[in-house]
Design a binder for this molecule. Structure first.
Ligand code: UN1
Length: 498
């Protein structure tokens, strides 16, 4: 079965599938095999302008559709995604490399988001507040911001797109979306689903292309009022400063250096499972991936031993094969970046226990595979313990106490996710208070956020906004204060108060 029908993808603007104005294309490569899957447009600012114009005019009408009816479209989107779950998951594995079980999980995350945000169509709660004046009614409602720009990464090409576009759409906005050029197939599929679900033309527009051209052009568009971005720190900071110049609201999610704490009383089997799943699942290419373990010195040797034993059992290869547990790294440059951190770690004096190399034999040679890696005796200030590697590399940092573990956990630039394995209830509550990340897990790894809770982090991870959950609505709506005076006379606030 040929899952990809097109040889070349097209932009989706105003309900039409159109060629990019540049005529330029680039290949989408399967990271497991290095085969070319499809060609994707490299659009220009002209295409972004056309998409923004379409979105602006569509949004005016869309905002007038009652929210419960806007939500109906999302219910239909969810149903189509559910019906197509297997097809979408296989395509996702092909373009992104994540193993099929995880691809199914990601598609499910999108389905969940569709139904969750569809439910918001009958809520979108505002607030009523007493007025200080007689016969006067006061309330605050959520108004759509207008046109929103979303920029999504290759590591969760469908889930993150749904985190951003579904709340935007149910709240009455229109969207201009730039998906990552590495993973445009999911965007193409989702755009087709929106079309089939009956979303009016122009409410969702997809412009494929590079961040430096398409992303920048989105920031420059006056009519795009919000940019919601997930991706690298460097790019996010650039977007934030440009958005600052334009007084444009921007929501950023830019990664993590997520730590697991293993205390002396931890259930070690559980800790090993949690670390394996959150560190080597998705080949470490999650913003939430565990890449540091602060382990109590009394259980360090045992944890090292058990982890090494389990790492040796991980099967690495093409994620379409159900037995594979670890897929490839997204591309060659990602692979080289991971490799460079191995030399950095060794030079810094960390001890390499296992892994640390690119797999180059047999079928592995065809793709971008990196051996799951474990360093120990890592010092908190080493670069491998401070910088986001975005690959299957874990640093074990021995600690003497809970307080030291928390301090080290909080000593990095990022603040997305963290976790603790302990059986001590006092430590559980202290940890949820003291770990300074946007997400904290107890007796679980650092990944696995659910869509109805806020997703995002503190410090260098972002700028205070959240994806997912109800918090996502704050990004895509403006609070509007409304006063209705039914006294029949002019009543001046602060002055005519009896
Ligand atoms: C990401 O890596 O940017 O919590 C998203 C998790 C997933 C989402 C990760 N639900 O790991």
């Amino acid at each position: 079965m040929n899952l990809i029908q097109e040889e070349q993808l097209k932009n989706f603007i105003n309900g039409n599938w159109v060629e990019p104005s540049t005529g330029k294309l680039t290949a989408v490569i399967n990271p497991a095999t290095s085969e070319s899957l499809v060609q994707v447009p490299l659009s220009a600012s002209e295409d972004v302008r056309a998409a923004t114009k379409a979105a602006k005019s569509a949004q005016k009408k869309w905002a007038l559709v009652p929210a419960p009816q806007r939500a109906e479209v999302l219910y239909r989107v969810g149903l189509i995604m559910k019906e197509r779950k297997e097809r979408l998951s296989q395509l996702l594995t092909m373009e992104n490399g994540k193993v099929i079980e995880e691809a199914r999980g990601e598609v499910q995350e999108g389905i969940d988001m569709a139904f969750y945000m569809a439910g918001e169509g009958r809520r979108l709660f505002g607030q009523t507040t007493p007025s200080e004046l007689k016969d006067k009614f006061a309330m605050s409602v959520r108004a759509p911001v207008g046109v929103v720009g979303i920029i999504t990464p290759w590591n969760f090409p469908i889930a993150i797109a749904t985190w951003k576009s579904f709340p935007a759409i149910v709240a009455g906005n229109a969207v201009v979306w730039k998906p990552a050029t590495e993973t445009p197939i999911m965007a193409n599929e989702l755009a087709k689903i929106f079309e089939e679900a009956g979303l009016p033309e122009g409410v969702m527009n997809v412009v494929f292309g590079s961040g430096s051209t398409v992303g920048d052009a989105m920031v420059e568009q006056k009519d795009i009022r919000v940019i919601s971005f997930t991706g690298s720190n460097e790019v996010g900071r650039g977007i934030a400063s440009k958005c600052g110049q334009h007084l444009k609201k921007v929501s950023l999610e830019m990664g993590g250096k997520n730590g697991v704490i293993v205390m002396d009383d931890a259930d070690l089997s559980l800790a090993v499972e949690g670390i394996l799943w959150s560190a080597y699942g998705t080949s470490g290419q999650r913003c939430t991936a565990c890449s540091r373990v602060m382990v109590h010195e009394s259980v360090k040797d045992e944890l090292e031993e058990r982890l090494q034993k389990e790492i040796a059992k991980l099967s690495i290869g093409n994620g379409l094969d159900e037995s594979i547990k670890v897929g490839p790294i997204i591309n060659r440059s990602g692979l080289e970046k991971v490799k460079s951190y191995i030399s950095i770690g060794k030079e810094e004096g960390a001890k390499l226990l296992t892994g640390g190399y690119i797999l180059e034999n047999g079928d592995h040679k065809k793709g971008n595979y990196f051996a799951p890696t474990l360093f120990t005796d890592v010092k908190p200030e080493m670069r491998i313990a401070q910088e986001e590697i975005f690959g299957p590399v874990v640093s074990l940092i021995p600690v003497k106490s809970f307080d030291e573990a928390v301090e080290i956990n909080n000593s990095v630039e990022f603040g997305l996710s963290s976790s603790i394995f302990t059986q001590d209830v006092n430590q559980v509550f202290a940890a949820q208070r003291d770990l300074d990340t946007g997400i904290v897990y107890v007796n679980a790894g650092t990944t696995g956020a659910e869509i109805h809770l806020p997703f995002g982090g503190t410090k260098g991870t972002g700028n205070g906004h959240r994806d997912s959950g109800i918090a996502a609505l704050d990004v895509f709506t403006e609070w509007k204060a409304i006063y209705v005076d039914y006294s029949g006379k002019l009543q001046r606030a602060q002055i005519d108060v009896e």
